[in-house]
Design a protein around this ligand. Structure first.
Ligand SMILES: O=P(O)(O)OC[C@H]1O[C@H](OP(=O)(O)OP(=O)(O)O)[C@H](O)[C@@H]1O
Ligand code: HPA
Ligand SMILES: [Mg+2]
Length: 166
């Protein structure tokens, strides 16, 4: 297992602020009028909850995709549950697709193909995935791993000087 060079840990508070910032941007797009949210599980569940609250969207659908089976290594992408046909009309126009991040862009590419006219939004984006999303909040470099608060717990931190002792 190879770990990306840099770490970008995100606290619950920071994630809430960043997801709210995404909601502000989305309120300005499509006049804030969305038919429904399609949330890409599982990572999209938390931002979808925050955005649905901020924008008053009550219809929430899931598309269930899994690709990172072993922590940081990506495997075969599996679609475990498809989008309800009711939302696929008119290629998904007026629908908001939400995920926590786009990395290589593979997940975004697969879901975009299901709804080419939907608006795709993520909280974070890495350069390879960035061209596939319409709206995001923060870009992080490709060699960075984003640590989400739901994947973390409190642990002891070594003093910075311990790694710089000469
Ligand atoms: O741009 P990509 O390289 O495709 O990676 C991005 C996807 O990877 C993660 O999901 P994951 O498959 O790990 O499942 P999870 O959301 O259930 O954690 C993340 O939540 C995105 O959906
Ligand atoms: O940087 C990441 N962090 C968490 N999950 C991910 N899935 C793909 N890339 C990432
Ligand atoms: Mg995911």
């Amino acid at each position: 297992m190879s770990l990306p060079e840099k770490a970008f840990p995100v606290s619950w508070d920071q994630f809430h602020r960043d997801a709210r910032a995404l909601a502000w941007r989305l309120a300005g797009a499509n006049k804030g009028q969305w038919k429904a949210i399609v949330c890409i599980t599982r990572g999209g569940l938390v931002p979808a909850a925050i955005i649905s609250r901020e924008l008053g969207i009550r219809v929430i659908e899931t598309v269930c995709v899994a690709s990172y089976h072993d922590y940081t290594s990506q495997g075969q992408l599996q679609v475990l549950k498809e989008i309800t046909p009711a939302l696929l009309v008119d290629d998904g126009a007026g629908v908001l697709i939400i995920d926590d991040l786009t990395d290589t862009g593979k997940t975004a590419g697969i879901v975009r193909a299901m709804m080419p006219k939907a608006h795709f939004a993520t909280v974070y984006a890495k350069p390879k995935g960035r061209p596939l999303v319409d709206t995001f909040v923060t870009e992080v470099s490709q060699d960075t791993w984003i640590y989400f608060p739901w994947d973390m717990g409190f642990t002891y931190q070594k003093p910075i000087a311990d790694d710089h002792a000469g």
